[in-house]
Write a protein that binds this ligand. Structure first.
Ligand SMILES: [Zn+2]
Length: 344
């Protein structure tokens, strides 16, 4: 694949030499996509249907997968030439490499809400005043300067109830999905939006980048030891001359996935701790503990409600339903006399 990419790039004018990496990635990612297809179909299509969570037939689902593949191809065509320029030039490639990875992650978070998400879903402004009013009021009360709340037609793919805060700086927006709108009462929606605003007010986007940056720097440090060691031993058999050689990318990816696999509990716990913060913020902001508890039950459709403590620490990137209901009921008990609206 590397030799083919080199040949192709060799036929172009010199200033297009950076296309070597995209040419290589196009081949490698196609092979990976084909090899992983059975698992992706089982996980993303067949199992989702079995649990009654998917709304797409096979054709549109496959269409989304193709779009995802193309987005990935374009993003990596930008990332890889930059990354390899750094890997080839510096002896401290692990440090500069992780810096490129962090900058790219930030760039992705910045452009995704504007250029990538709309490829898969339609975003409209929430018009219903009886819902938009309380949400914007909640936003103003918590120092969030947004004029709009967006609705995403998630029901195109799934029956899952969800919402999110996406983007950074100028592209930040609060979005709720249409399943939430259709299936939930106002106290429940307020509880969810209070949680999402918590992510925004507590700067979880930026903290997430720092957290990811530390993890990725550690990961590149691991790559430096393990990849260099592997190349010293097997490099001549593999035909890989060092870190700057594109043909070493599959080995780098494999080693990095081993690293992230081992780091699963760390990654999940980092996320879960922020989610618990957003839960507490949401309860204080919305003052809808009953709504929060009802939502935790609804999320039980796709998240096990009552895992063991170790199971929750390793596998859960959000607090379990049980923890969330307990948190909401504790809040309610500590705030007696508040006239909570109860959910139907
Ligand atoms: Zn959250």
């Amino acid at each position: 694949m590397r030799d083919r990419a080199e040949r192709l790039a060799g036929m172009l004018p010199g200033w297009l030499g950076w296309l070597r990496a995209p040419f290589y990635w196009a081949q490698l990612s196609a092979v990976i996509a084909v090899l992983q297809f059975p698992l992706a179909a089982y996980e993303g299509y067949f199992r989702e249907h079995k649990y009654g969570l998917a709304t797409q037939t096979f054709g549109p689902w496959l269409g989304d997968q193709v779009k995802l593949f193309l987005v990935n191809l374009i993003m990596f065509s930008i990332l890889l030439p930059l990354l390899y320029a750094v890997l080839r030039r510096s002896r401290q490639w692990w440090l500069w490499g992780s810096l490129v990875a962090v900058l790219f992650q930030t760039f992705g978070a910045l452009i995704a809400p504007v250029y990538i998400f709309p490829l898969f879903n339609t975003f409209t402004k929430l018009e219903d005043k009886s819902i938009r009013g309380p949400i914007l009021s909640l936003a103003r009360a918590n120092g969030i300067e947004v004029d709009d709340v967006y609705v995403m037609d998630a029901s195109r793919q799934t029956t899952r109830v969800s919402a999110n805060v996406s983007g950074m700086m100028g592209t930040t927006r609060i979005t709720l999905n249409d399943n939430l709108l259709k299936r939930c009462s106002l106290p429940e929606i307020e509880a969810v939006m209070g949680h999402e605003m918590g992510h925004y007010v507590l700067h979880h986007n930026y903290k997430g980048i720092v957290f990811f940056g530390l993890l990725i720097a550690l990961g590149f440090g691991f790559l430096r030891v393990s990849f260099d060691g592997a190349v010293r031993r097997y490099g001549s058999t593999w035909g890989v001359n060092g870190i700057g050689d594109l043909a070493g990318l599959p080995a780098l990816m494999l080693l990095l996935s081993v690293y992230f696999f081992v780091m699963t509990p760390v990654l999940n716990s980092g996320t879960r701790i922020e989610e618990a913060e957003a839960d507490l913020f949401g309860l204080n902001a919305s003052r809808q503990p009953d709504g929060a508890a009802e939502i935790a039950l609804k999320l039980g459709e796709y998240r096990k409600l009552n895992p063991g403590p170790l199971e929750e620490m390793i596998f859960f990137d959000h607090p379990s339903g049980r923890s969330r209901i307990e948190m909401a009921m504790r809040f309610k008990a500590e705030n007696p006399g508040e006239n909570h609206l109860s959910s139907p």
